[in-house]
Design a protein around this ligand. Structure first.
Ligand code: 13P
Length: 260
Protein backbone atom coordinates (compact mmCIF):
# COMPACT_ATOMS: atom_id res chain seq x y z
CA UNK A 1 0.00 0.00 0.00
CA UNK A 2 1.44 3.35 -0.93
CA UNK A 3 0.75 6.60 0.90
CA UNK A 4 -2.28 8.59 -0.34
CA UNK A 5 -0.27 11.77 -0.89
CA UNK A 6 2.75 12.49 -3.08
CA UNK A 7 5.62 13.51 -0.79
CA UNK A 8 7.10 16.98 -1.15
CA UNK A 9 10.66 17.64 -0.04
CA UNK A 10 11.79 21.26 0.02
CA UNK A 11 15.16 22.86 0.64
CA UNK A 12 15.09 26.07 2.65
CA UNK A 13 18.51 27.54 2.09
CA UNK A 14 17.82 30.53 4.40
CA UNK A 15 20.62 33.13 3.99
CA UNK A 16 23.15 30.72 2.50
CA UNK A 17 24.62 30.48 -1.03
CA UNK A 18 25.38 33.13 -3.61
CA UNK A 19 24.09 32.99 -7.21
CA UNK A 20 27.27 31.24 -8.40
CA UNK A 21 27.09 28.75 -5.53
CA UNK A 22 23.46 28.14 -6.51
CA UNK A 23 24.53 27.32 -10.07
CA UNK A 24 27.23 24.98 -8.74
CA UNK A 25 24.70 23.19 -6.53
CA UNK A 26 22.39 22.51 -9.47
CA UNK A 27 25.26 21.24 -11.60
CA UNK A 28 25.99 18.50 -9.08
CA UNK A 29 22.47 17.96 -7.75
CA UNK A 30 20.54 17.38 -10.99
CA UNK A 31 22.69 14.46 -12.19
CA UNK A 32 22.41 12.89 -8.72
CA UNK A 33 18.63 13.39 -8.71
CA UNK A 34 18.39 11.74 -12.11
CA UNK A 35 14.85 10.96 -13.17
CA UNK A 36 13.53 10.35 -9.68
CA UNK A 37 9.74 10.49 -9.68
CA UNK A 38 6.92 10.07 -7.18
CA UNK A 39 8.06 13.16 -5.28
CA UNK A 40 7.88 16.92 -5.60
CA UNK A 41 11.30 18.50 -5.09
CA UNK A 42 11.47 22.19 -4.26
CA UNK A 43 14.41 24.51 -3.65
CA UNK A 44 14.05 27.88 -1.91
CA UNK A 45 17.25 29.92 -2.39
CA UNK A 46 17.75 33.54 -1.30
CA UNK A 47 16.05 36.12 -3.59
CA UNK A 48 19.19 37.08 -5.62
CA UNK A 49 19.68 33.40 -6.50
CA UNK A 50 16.19 32.88 -7.94
CA UNK A 51 17.12 33.60 -11.59
CA UNK A 52 20.06 31.17 -11.48
CA UNK A 53 17.94 28.55 -9.72
CA UNK A 54 15.08 28.83 -12.24
CA UNK A 55 17.44 28.72 -15.16
CA UNK A 56 19.25 25.63 -13.93
CA UNK A 57 16.09 23.84 -12.78
CA UNK A 58 14.89 24.17 -16.38
CA UNK A 59 12.81 21.19 -17.38
CA UNK A 60 13.88 19.04 -14.41
CA UNK A 61 11.37 18.04 -11.72
CA UNK A 62 12.79 20.68 -9.39
CA UNK A 63 10.45 23.58 -8.64
CA UNK A 64 11.62 26.87 -7.21
CA UNK A 65 10.32 28.57 -4.09
CA UNK A 66 10.87 31.98 -2.55
CA UNK A 67 11.50 32.15 1.19
CA UNK A 68 9.14 35.06 1.74
CA UNK A 69 7.11 37.75 -0.03
CA UNK A 70 4.98 40.80 0.74
CA UNK A 71 1.19 40.52 0.44
CA UNK A 72 0.82 43.68 -1.69
CA UNK A 73 1.57 43.52 -5.41
CA UNK A 74 3.61 46.77 -5.40
CA UNK A 75 4.12 49.86 -3.29
CA UNK A 76 6.44 51.76 -0.98
CA UNK A 77 7.71 48.76 0.98
CA UNK A 78 11.48 49.12 0.97
CA UNK A 79 13.27 45.79 0.92
CA UNK A 80 10.23 43.70 0.04
CA UNK A 81 9.27 41.63 -3.02
CA UNK A 82 5.84 40.80 -4.40
CA UNK A 83 4.16 37.73 -5.82
CA UNK A 84 4.07 39.06 -9.38
CA UNK A 85 7.82 39.67 -9.27
CA UNK A 86 8.36 36.10 -8.15
CA UNK A 87 6.04 34.71 -10.83
CA UNK A 88 8.11 36.43 -13.49
CA UNK A 89 11.14 34.49 -12.21
CA UNK A 90 9.31 31.16 -12.63
CA UNK A 91 8.81 30.72 -8.91
CA UNK A 92 6.13 28.15 -8.06
CA UNK A 93 6.07 28.01 -4.25
CA UNK A 94 6.56 30.52 -1.47
CA UNK A 95 7.44 29.78 2.15
CA UNK A 96 5.32 31.85 4.52
CA UNK A 97 5.30 32.15 8.28
CA UNK A 98 8.66 30.51 8.91
CA UNK A 99 9.44 30.72 12.62
CA UNK A 100 12.51 32.86 11.86
CA UNK A 101 10.19 35.38 10.17
CA UNK A 102 7.76 35.20 13.07
CA UNK A 103 10.35 35.63 15.83
CA UNK A 104 13.17 37.67 14.24
CA UNK A 105 10.99 39.89 12.04
CA UNK A 106 7.83 40.11 14.12
CA UNK A 107 5.42 38.59 11.60
CA UNK A 108 1.95 38.01 12.99
CA UNK A 109 -0.60 35.33 12.08
CA UNK A 110 -2.76 38.02 10.43
CA UNK A 111 0.10 39.26 8.23
CA UNK A 112 1.02 35.68 7.32
CA UNK A 113 -2.61 35.01 6.36
CA UNK A 114 -2.52 37.96 3.92
CA UNK A 115 0.50 36.38 2.26
CA UNK A 116 -1.24 33.00 1.98
CA UNK A 117 -4.26 34.65 0.31
CA UNK A 118 -2.07 36.69 -2.05
CA UNK A 119 -0.03 33.62 -2.96
CA UNK A 120 -3.16 31.75 -4.05
CA UNK A 121 -4.51 34.77 -5.91
CA UNK A 122 -1.17 34.96 -7.74
CA UNK A 123 -0.86 31.28 -8.61
CA UNK A 124 1.90 30.61 -6.11
CA UNK A 125 1.57 27.65 -3.77
CA UNK A 126 2.23 28.66 -0.18
CA UNK A 127 4.24 26.48 2.19
CA UNK A 128 2.74 27.63 5.47
CA UNK A 129 5.00 26.98 8.47
CA UNK A 130 3.58 26.38 11.91
CA UNK A 131 5.06 25.04 15.13
CA UNK A 132 5.45 25.57 18.83
CA UNK A 133 8.40 26.86 20.85
CA UNK A 134 10.02 24.77 23.59
CA UNK A 135 8.28 26.87 26.25
CA UNK A 136 4.93 26.22 24.62
CA UNK A 137 5.64 22.47 24.41
CA UNK A 138 6.76 22.34 28.04
CA UNK A 139 3.64 24.29 28.98
CA UNK A 140 1.38 21.73 27.29
CA UNK A 141 0.31 24.24 24.65
CA UNK A 142 1.21 22.40 21.44
CA UNK A 143 -2.35 21.80 20.27
CA UNK A 144 -3.49 25.28 21.21
CA UNK A 145 -0.62 26.90 19.28
CA UNK A 146 -1.07 24.71 16.20
CA UNK A 147 -4.84 25.31 16.16
CA UNK A 148 -4.37 29.04 16.41
CA UNK A 149 -1.70 29.20 13.71
CA UNK A 150 -3.76 27.01 11.39
CA UNK A 151 -7.04 28.85 11.87
CA UNK A 152 -5.40 32.24 11.44
CA UNK A 153 -3.04 31.24 8.64
CA UNK A 154 -5.76 29.59 6.54
CA UNK A 155 -8.55 32.08 7.26
CA UNK A 156 -10.50 32.74 4.06
CA UNK A 157 -8.71 29.99 2.11
CA UNK A 158 -11.16 27.84 0.12
CA UNK A 159 -10.99 24.04 0.17
CA UNK A 160 -9.67 24.06 -3.42
CA UNK A 161 -6.87 26.43 -2.45
CA UNK A 162 -6.23 24.51 0.79
CA UNK A 163 -5.40 21.44 -1.29
CA UNK A 164 -2.76 23.54 -3.07
CA UNK A 165 -1.35 24.72 0.26
CA UNK A 166 1.53 22.80 1.81
CA UNK A 167 1.80 22.86 5.58
CA UNK A 168 5.15 22.55 7.31
CA UNK A 169 5.16 21.50 10.94
CA UNK A 170 8.40 22.90 12.31
CA UNK A 171 8.76 22.72 16.08
CA UNK A 172 10.89 25.77 16.82
CA UNK A 173 13.03 23.86 19.32
CA UNK A 174 14.09 21.43 16.59
CA UNK A 175 15.22 24.04 14.04
CA UNK A 176 18.98 24.18 13.60
CA UNK A 177 19.52 22.58 16.99
CA UNK A 178 20.30 19.01 15.94
CA UNK A 179 17.40 18.03 18.17
CA UNK A 180 14.79 16.38 15.94
CA UNK A 181 11.28 15.62 17.08
CA UNK A 182 10.97 11.88 17.60
CA UNK A 183 8.96 10.18 14.90
CA UNK A 184 6.18 9.67 17.48
CA UNK A 185 6.15 13.39 18.37
CA UNK A 186 6.07 14.32 14.68
CA UNK A 187 3.28 11.85 13.90
CA UNK A 188 1.21 13.04 16.86
CA UNK A 189 1.48 16.67 15.75
CA UNK A 190 0.81 15.85 12.10
CA UNK A 191 -2.24 13.75 12.93
CA UNK A 192 -3.54 16.58 15.11
CA UNK A 193 -2.99 19.08 12.30
CA UNK A 194 -4.89 16.84 9.89
CA UNK A 195 -7.76 16.48 12.35
CA UNK A 196 -7.94 20.27 12.63
CA UNK A 197 -7.96 20.56 8.83
CA UNK A 198 -10.83 18.08 8.73
CA UNK A 199 -12.79 20.33 11.10
CA UNK A 200 -11.94 23.45 9.10
CA UNK A 201 -12.71 21.81 5.73
CA UNK A 202 -13.82 18.19 5.36
CA UNK A 203 -12.26 14.74 5.46
CA UNK A 204 -11.43 14.43 1.73
CA UNK A 205 -9.73 17.85 1.73
CA UNK A 206 -7.75 17.08 4.88
CA UNK A 207 -6.73 13.76 3.42
CA UNK A 208 -5.29 15.43 0.33
CA UNK A 209 -3.35 18.18 2.08
CA UNK A 210 0.36 17.60 2.49
CA UNK A 211 2.08 18.19 5.80
CA UNK A 212 5.88 18.39 5.82
CA UNK A 213 8.05 17.98 8.88
CA UNK A 214 10.94 20.41 9.43
CA UNK A 215 13.60 20.68 12.12
CA UNK A 216 17.04 19.02 12.01
CA UNK A 217 16.03 16.56 9.29
CA UNK A 218 19.11 14.59 8.22
CA UNK A 219 19.74 11.52 6.05
CA UNK A 220 19.95 9.39 9.20
CA UNK A 221 16.51 10.33 10.59
CA UNK A 222 14.55 10.91 7.36
CA UNK A 223 13.55 7.28 6.85
CA UNK A 224 11.99 6.85 10.27
CA UNK A 225 10.18 10.18 10.08
CA UNK A 226 8.97 9.41 6.55
CA UNK A 227 7.52 6.11 7.71
CA UNK A 228 4.95 7.97 9.80
CA UNK A 229 1.57 7.92 8.05
CA UNK A 230 0.92 11.68 8.28
CA UNK A 231 4.44 12.88 7.39
CA UNK A 232 4.31 13.86 3.71
CA UNK A 233 7.86 15.04 3.17
CA UNK A 234 10.23 17.57 4.65
CA UNK A 235 11.28 21.19 4.81
CA UNK A 236 15.03 20.90 5.17
CA UNK A 237 17.45 23.60 6.32
CA UNK A 238 21.09 22.71 6.97
CA UNK A 239 21.08 19.29 5.31
CA UNK A 240 19.72 20.76 2.05
CA UNK A 241 22.83 22.84 1.43
CA UNK A 242 24.79 19.82 0.27
CA UNK A 243 23.43 17.93 -2.74
CA UNK A 244 24.31 14.45 -1.42
CA UNK A 245 22.52 14.79 1.91
CA UNK A 246 19.51 16.53 0.33
CA UNK A 247 19.25 13.69 -2.17
CA UNK A 248 19.39 11.05 0.58
CA UNK A 249 16.48 12.75 2.35
CA UNK A 250 14.47 12.83 -0.88
CA UNK A 251 15.19 9.16 -1.44
CA UNK A 252 13.99 8.28 2.07
CA UNK A 253 10.72 10.13 1.46
CA UNK A 254 10.14 8.35 -1.86
CA UNK A 255 10.95 4.94 -0.38
CA UNK A 256 8.51 5.43 2.50
CA UNK A 257 5.82 6.66 0.15
CA UNK A 258 6.07 3.54 -2.01
CA UNK A 259 6.12 1.24 1.01
CA UNK A 260 3.23 3.13 2.63
P1 13P B 1 17.25 22.76 9.93
O1 13P B 1 16.96 21.60 9.01
O2 13P B 1 18.59 23.38 9.68
O3 13P B 1 16.98 22.42 11.36
O4 13P B 1 16.19 23.91 9.53
C1 13P B 1 14.85 23.59 9.47
C2 13P B 1 14.10 24.72 8.88
O5 13P B 1 13.94 25.76 9.49
C3 13P B 1 13.58 24.56 7.52
O6 13P B 1 12.70 25.59 7.20
Amino acid sequence: MSKPRKPIVAANWKMFKTPSETADFFKTFLPVLGNMDGVDVVIAPPFPCLPAASEHAGKSIVRIAAQNMHPESSGAFTGEVSAIMLRELYVTYVIVGHSERRTLFGETDAFINRKVLTAHASNLKPILCIGETLEERDGGLVKEVLSRQLAAGLAGVSADDAIETVLAYEPVWAIGTGRTATSAQAQEAHAFIRSELEKMYDAPTARRMRIQYGGSVKPNNAAELSAQPDVDGFLVGGASLESGSFFEIIRAAVQASVEG
